[in-house]
Design a protein around this ligand. Structure first.
Ligand SMILES: Cc1cc2nc3c(=O)[nH]c(=O)nc-3n(C[C@H](O)[C@H](O)[C@H](O)COP(=O)(O)OP(=O)(O)OC[C@H]3O[C@@H](n4cnc5c(N)ncnc54)[C@H](O)[C@@H]3O)c2cc1C
Length: 401
């Protein structure tokens, strides 16, 4: 019998983990090809530091081809254009790639359409990609020469609230460090219904903790906000409130990549509906993991908020998918299941020289346990985790925690 062929779309958290894990599960007895327009892995959690000059692009990224090739995986540096699900092949540029099993790990792109003036190249900056974070740094340096008010936040429909808070507290830290505190009014504007919601419904004492942190730093907050448009010098809210700024960083909502919608596999937000096995709802041989996988928002908030599909759940989904593909290749049922809501929440939020460790037994409520542990150890933990994760990913050690 010929070796089975697994094609993985995407080479970041989900794609790197799934491709290496499926090879591992089958002791190398499978052909794996990764197709991706990014030839570098980017450790997004460190993008919050790049605008402040604490990281350079090379510090938080590495080329993926050597990692994959060392583990016997073929890397194709191009974007997938369309998935022909009924014919089990993917078109990418001028070539087609046949597969027995496909993993979609194409992640997200920014949806700037929610408010004029957001971007690309808008009046506010963002940090949701390496290119965006580089531009955010250029404008931060200009801001230091000509300081004024700062507005940081996340728009309606955003999901990556953790990054907005991290940027906020890092901005506060650097404003103080540059002795600008008396000249800068710092405002946090968010779609969250309350501080510390994070898009996961909040955690015990989270709101009071965040309120305390903001008060200590003299940061004003506007919750439940909807951005109407971003002018050159002010964020205008649908409520009529204006938030003037010299510098603004806003996290926009994410949507899935075009290839998914173009292939008829997407929900209205461009994400792929999946079963708890991470097989797509309609195809037993196609999986979707990480941000590309659709997750149902279990609540309605006055202003829409998305759900953050962070690194740990992304890796978990990728491992579940890899185990199930291995089972299918061995002629077994794909029986491994881990619905998104039941995956543990594990996150470290940095605040410059301080931070918060966030732990919960489940990503989404109802939960039995959830805790937020503030303190400088969180900052040190994030520094240590960054080094560990990049070492682990660069070497392809996906079986390590
Ligand atoms: C600023 C920021 C800070 C964050 N901080 C944290 C944190 O502290 N902790 C945490 O756990 N998580 C954090 N996250 C979330 C984390 O980055 C995501 O969970 C993770 O990136 C999801 O991985 P993914 O592989 O699903 O998607 P992505 O990382 O988006 O990767 C998608 C991959 O698909 C590729 N691709 C795109 N289009 C195509 C195509 N057409 N064909 C083939 N490939 C394609 C891309 O090039 C990329 O390689 C943060 C995210 C951001 C933006």
């Amino acid at each position: 019998m010929s070796r089975k062929k697994v094609v993985v779309l995407g080479s970041n958290f989900g794609g790197l983990t799934a491709s290496l894990a499926v090879r591992h599960e089958l002791h190398g007895d499978v052909d794996v090809t990764v197709i991706s327009p990014s030839d570098h892995f980017v450790f997004n959690p460190s993008l919050i530091w790049l605008p402040f000059g604490k990281r350079r692009p090379d510090d938080l990224s590495f080329p993926v081809a050597p990692t994959l090739e060392t583990h016997g995986i073929e890397f194709v540096h191009r974007a997938a254009d369309v998935i022909h699900a009924d014919e089990h092949r993917v078109s990418a540029g001028d070539r087609d790639y046949a597969y027995d099993y496909l993993v979609i790990a194409t992640g997200y792109k920014n949806n700037f359409d929610v408010a004029p003036g957001l971007g690309p190249g808008g009046n506010a900056v963002t940090i949701t990609s390496l290119e965006d974070a580089i531009k955010a740094g250029e404008r931060w340096r200009a801001f230091l020469n000509q300081p004024g008010d700062v507005v940081v936040g996340a728009t309606q429909g955003a999901s990556c609230f953790g990054a907005a808070y991290e940027f906020l507290f890092n901005a506060a830290y650097h404003i103080k460090k540059n002795k600008l505190k008396s000249r800068v009014k710092l405002t946090y504007v968010t779609a969250e219904p309350f501080l510390g919601h994070f898009g996961i419904g909040g955690l015990p004492h989270g709101e009071s903790l965040l309120k305390m942190f903001l008060k200590k730093e003299g940061i004003e907050a506007v919750t439940g906000a909807s951005v109407e448009y971003v002018d050159t010098d002010a964020v205008h809210l649908a409520s009529g409130q204006d938030l003037p700024f010299r510098y603004s960083m806003l996290i926009p909502p994410f949507v899935g990549q075009e290839v998914v919608a173009k292939s008829g596999l997407a929900d209205p937000k461009g994400y792929v509906p999946v079963r708890p096995t991470y097989q797509t709802t309609d195809h037993d041989d196609i999986y979707a993991v990480g941000i590309a996988a659709a997750v149902t928002v279990p609540w309605q908030t006055p202003t829409p908020v998305g759900i953050p599909k962070t690194g740990f759940p992304t890796e978990t989904m990728a491992h579940v998918a890899a185990r199930n593909i291995a089972s299918q290749i061995k002629g077994e049922e794909p029986a491994d299941e881990k619905p998104f809501e039941d995956i543990k929440a594990v996150c470290v939020m940095d605040a410059g020289n301080n931070g918060v460790i966030i732990l919960a037994d489940k990503m989404l409520p109802p939960r039995e346990h959830g805790v937020m542990i503030p303190g400088p150890q969180a900052h040190l933990m994030k520094l240590g985790f960054e080094k560990y994760f990049l070492w682990k990913a660069r070497n392809g050690y996906v079986t390590l925690p």
